[in-house]
Design a protein around this ligand. Structure first.
Ligand SMILES: *[C@@H]1O[C@H](CO)[C@@H](O)[C@H](O)[C@H]1NC(C)=O
Ligand SMILES: *[C@@H]1O[C@H](CO)[C@@H](O)[C@H](O)[C@H]1NC(C)=O
Ligand SMILES: *[C@@H]1O[C@H](CO)[C@@H](O)[C@H](O)[C@H]1NC(C)=O
Length: 356
């Protein structure tokens, strides 16, 4: 091949790579703090529709959904940032700590592999949007949905009466499904994986609702009980999905049936609550930017923990160093009537450990 031929070939490869990475350009970007998409909160109809139609991290069908009601953009953005923040909280003590980058794919090259980390990202983001949309319905922020009134037709066996505002989980599920799933290609292994995990994220909300009740009756008697169904807190959802991450099922693409199957016949089939992945994760010990691994040098670790946050696992056996510093804090506080508090300043020495 001539030199110019080689250069052309390289260009084609580069183009291919940048095309692949464009696929990752994602609505997740709406959730990044400081992303340039300003709010449409309170805008008149014309403004939010035209705004939605200009947001280039949204796919065409998402722009359309965004234009269906005032505040969809704000609510979806809130859901996206809830997903990002929860991911970072859940993984704060792990080698991969859900780092985000100020790029339109948000989570960077960790998305290039079809790993359990990617599975968690899809599940928690999908759950975040569903949680935010469902709350938005209940708060009357969106004019395409309401509280769940159909639930009132459900038999309660005489234990209570339906009242209040039950979260419209069915709507949140359906709307979020349309918003997140239509990006994925069912004919591709990773499209199937993403769809599965999107759904598992939403399922974690559906399977963890609770009944909130209020008693009415003379002086503390509970002669009539009024109840409504609500979602559990998003922290709880993050915990549930983190457990699913730890127990995620490895699957393979069954070309003949065009679906995902367990890697071997004896393995239990994953159910709809489980997260699934196609490729094993790197160990995230060393920096390997192509795999989305920043390495753990300089990460703080816990000297007394045997878990992932402990210095031995976090630092991958490279050892750690300790920094000692003094922190000043209030102590011996006294309360003077009324209303004054006086404290002394004490210094306390703390030790912090960092991976080599
Ligand atoms: C992220 O990048 C965009 C465009 O490159 C820029 O306008 C914005 O200020 C950046 N945000 C942060 C938080 O760095
Ligand atoms: C996450 O990991 C990166 C790279 O190892 C580190 O720079 C960052 O401070 C970590 N974030 C938190 C919140 O620990
Ligand atoms: C370190 O780990 C121990 C044992 O798991 C735990 O009790 C302690 O709170 C942790 N310390 C910090 C600073 O997280």
């Amino acid at each position: 091949m001539t030199l110019s031929g080689t250069i052309t070939a390289l260009w084609i490869v580069c183009l291919g790579v940048s095309l692949v990475q464009n696929v990752h350009s994602s609505w997740w970007y709406l959730g990044l703090a400081g992303s340039a998409y300003q709010t449409t909160m309170g805008s008149p109809a014309l403004t939010y529709r035209s705004k939605c139609s200009q947001i280039d991290v949204l796919a065409p069908h998402q722009r359309e959904l965004c234009g269906k009601s005032k505040n969809v953009l704000d609510v979806v953005s809130r859901g996206a940032s809830m997903g990002i923040e929860e991911c970072q909280w859940q993984f704060r003590g792990r080698r991969w700590n859900c780092t985000t980058f100020n790029t339109t794919d948000v989570f960077g090259h960790v998305l290039n592999l079809k790993t359990r980390e990617k599975a968690y990202i899809y599940a928690i983001s999908s759950a975040g949007v569903m949680h935010a949309i469902t709350k938005g319905c209940a708060k009357g922020e969106l004019n395409i949905c309401d509280c769940d009134n159909r639930i009132r037709n459900t038999d309660t066996g005489g234990d209570f009466i339906w009242g209040g505002c039950s979260h419209n989980i069915r709507f949140g599920d359906r709307f979020t499904g349309q918003f997140v799933d239509l990006n994925e290609n069912r004919l591709q292994p990773d499209g199937l994986m993403n769809l599965w995990n999107n759904k598992a994220g939403r399922k974690s909300i559906k399977s963890n609702t609770k009944l909130v009740c209020k008693c009415h009756g003379v002086s503390g008697s509970c002669s009539s009980k009024i109840c409504w169904r609500t979602m559990t807190s998003f922290r709880e959802i993050g915990n549930v999905l983190k457990d699913r991450f730890d127990g995620a099922s490895k699957v393979r693409y069954n070309t003949r049936k065009q679906r995902l199957s367990p890697v071997d016949k004896h393995q239990k089939k994953p159910n709809k609550n489980d997260l699934v992945y196609l490729e094993e994760s790197p160990d995230f010990c060393e920096t390997n930017l192509a795999l989305g691994s920043l390495g753990t040098r300089g990460r703080q670790c816990n000297k007394t923990s045997y878990g992932m946050d402990g210095c031995s696992l976090m630092c991958c056996g490279r050892g750690y160093h300790t920094l000692v510093r003094d922190v000043e804090e209030d102590c011996n506080c006294k309360f003077f009537w009324c209303c004054r508090v006086e404290c002394d300043k004490c210094t306390r020495r703390i030790e912090e450990h960092f991976c080599n």
